[in-house]
Write a new protein. Structure first.
Length: 507
């Protein structure tokens, strides 16, 4: 099987008026989700000071959003296929804006956890709906590739805008302001989207099976929770039970889909080599890059001493590279090949991560900036083409469910990557030898060591920071090396899995 794609029918190349204005509405939703995913990390110290959560509550504030969104993506994508993607996008966007206010004005840790969970429910409606609407807005394959490139470029830009905007707001306003910036964006999205977005749905959707929804939710939350807890606290009976429950629920979900006349998620999609190869590439790519994404801001702020706003600006080359590559990816894949662009992009990211293993505490920014630029370019090429392959490999009626599978791969890859690579950094970091009088909590995290140093004599503080930063950088080297191995291995796998795969419109 050389390709899962069929020649475009005559009716599919008709160009819908107003499609580019409609795309601008969709990218607003993508921008918002990407920004929201990055600002919480910057605001966490301020939230901790104001709400005084316990250590467990702080973890839930940080994690519950990703738990819920990972568990509901497939269900919400399928729901959009059934009730209408425009309806679920605009409804989810309205809820996202309203719940952002609840996040901003939360007065207790419990209320903040609830608000983040509800925000995850709303967020799960947005990303699958945006990609599915692109699939139904752009019938011309080349235009659709450009639209997917703009969609991906906006997501990448959002990851850069988040730290910069968040850093600026936190330096001038209270922490709730990082959530209130969602409101004007959501207002524009809803008002313009009502007029410009076309409605689309599966004409023969079948019932929205509640049992499948519950199995999917329990399965993904159980797996993601177990992975994160094992990385943080090691293997315990409650964690093992959660993981086993999640695995059993996912097994039940898959079995149920094969037995239903009209499943919530058509598992036969994974028999298509292009679809399954692209999803696997996305999952492993995010897994390999998670160490860099998660620990880079700590390296810039706590090792190199940059302020939050400055650290956000320092990460900008990755977003610039991803935006530029995303806009060119479709054209490159048609000129060369899908597997050449995806494998080449992944190999570039792998080599850049390998270069990070040589970095020290005082590495100059030009070298770091150039490395981040390569990461962005490689990821931009790969993610954009795999998203195009996933959308093009399925019928328009199943675009929401297919998009949700793609997004779920990102969430699961991030959870696994942070757990596996994060445990490497944490394990190495905790073994550093500090000066006499070093408190035990300084071994928990680099941030804790910086706080502890403020209460020590200048000489002891300097010795503690040197030891802690050196140990952190050593852990980062090992995590980057492991990530490089994953990326290079994924590049090889993608070369074989995407063999013969072509984008629609390739002449």
């Amino acid at each position: 099987m050389t390709s899962t794609l069929q020649p475009a029918r005559a009716t599919e190349v008709e160009k819908r008026p107003g499609r580019w204005l409609a795309l601008s509405v969709l990218v607003l939703a993508v921008l918002l989700v990407a920004v929201d995913a990055t600002v919480l990390g910057l605001a966490t110290p301020y939230i901790s000071e104001d709400l005084a959560p316990s250590g467990t509550q702080l973890l839930w504030i940080g994690d519950v959003y990703s738990f819920v969104i990972a568990g509901l993506l497939v269900s919400m994508g399928s729901l959009g296929d059934r009730i209408g993607r425009k309806r679920i996008l605009l409804g989810g966007a309205t809820a996202f804006g309203a719940i952002s206010v609840l996040n901003a004005y939360a007065t207790t840790p419990e209320l903040m956890i609830l608000a983040r969970a509800l925000l995850g429910v709303a967020g799960a409606t947005l990303m699958p709906a945006t990609l599915a609407l692109i699939r139904n807005l752009f019938h011309d394959p080349r235009e659709r590739s450009l639209a997917v490139g703009i969609w991906g470029a906006t997501a990448s830009a959002g990851t850069a805008v988040g730290p910069i905007a968040g850093g600026f707001l936190l330096e001038h306003f209270w922490w709730g302001s990082v959530f209130l910036i969602n409101l004007p964006v959501m207002a524009v999205l809803v008002l313009v989207g009502i007029r410009t977005l076309p409605e689309s749905r599966n004409p023969n959707p079948g019932p929205w099976d509640l049992a499948s929804v519950v199995l999917s939710l329990v399965g993904m939350i159980g797996i993601v929770y177990a992975v994160k807890e094992i990385a943080t606290h090691g293997l315990t009976w409650p964690t093992s039970a959660a993981g086993l429950l999640g695995a059993a629920a996912l097994h039940g979900f898959v079995h149920r889909q094969f037995t239903m006349p009209v499943p919530l998620l058509d598992m036969r999609l994974f028999r298509r080599r292009g679809f399954s190869g692209a999803v696997l590439a996305d999952l492993l790519t995010v897994l390999g890059m998670s160490g860099l994404v998660f620990f880079l801001s700590q390296y810039l702020q706590l090792v190199q001493g940059r302020r939050p706003f400055e650290a956000g600006l320092a990460e900008l080359p990755a977003a610039v590279g991803a935006v530029a590559a995303g806009l060119l990816a479709g054209r490159a894949a048609r000129r060369f090949s899908v597997r050449a662009v995806v494998s080449g992009g992944l190999a570039a990211v792998g080599l850049a991560l390998a270069a990070l293993t040589t970095f020290g505490q005082s590495t100059g920014y030009p070298v770091l900036g150039a490395t981040l630029l390569v990461v962005g370019v490689g990821a931009g090429f790969s993610f954009t083409v795999t998203a195009d392959v996933i959308l093009s490999s399925v019928p328009k009626e199943q675009a929401g469910a297919a998009s949700a599978v793609s997004e779920t791969a990102y969430e699961l890859g991030a959870a696994l990557g942070i757990a596996l690579l994060g445990s490497i950094v944490t394990g190495v970091y905790r073994d550093f030898t500090g000066p006499a009088g070093t408190p035990a909590q300084a071994h928990e995290s680099l941030g804790a060591a910086v706080e502890a140093s403020a209460r020590m004599s200048p000489h002891s503080a300097e010795a503690l920071l040197d030891a802690a930063r050196g140990s952190f950088v050593h852990g980062l080297h090992l995590a980057s090396g492991a990530g490089a191995a994953v990326l290079l291995g994924t590049a090889v796998a993608a070369w074989f899995l995407l063999k013969g795969q072509k984008l629609e419109g390739t002449g």
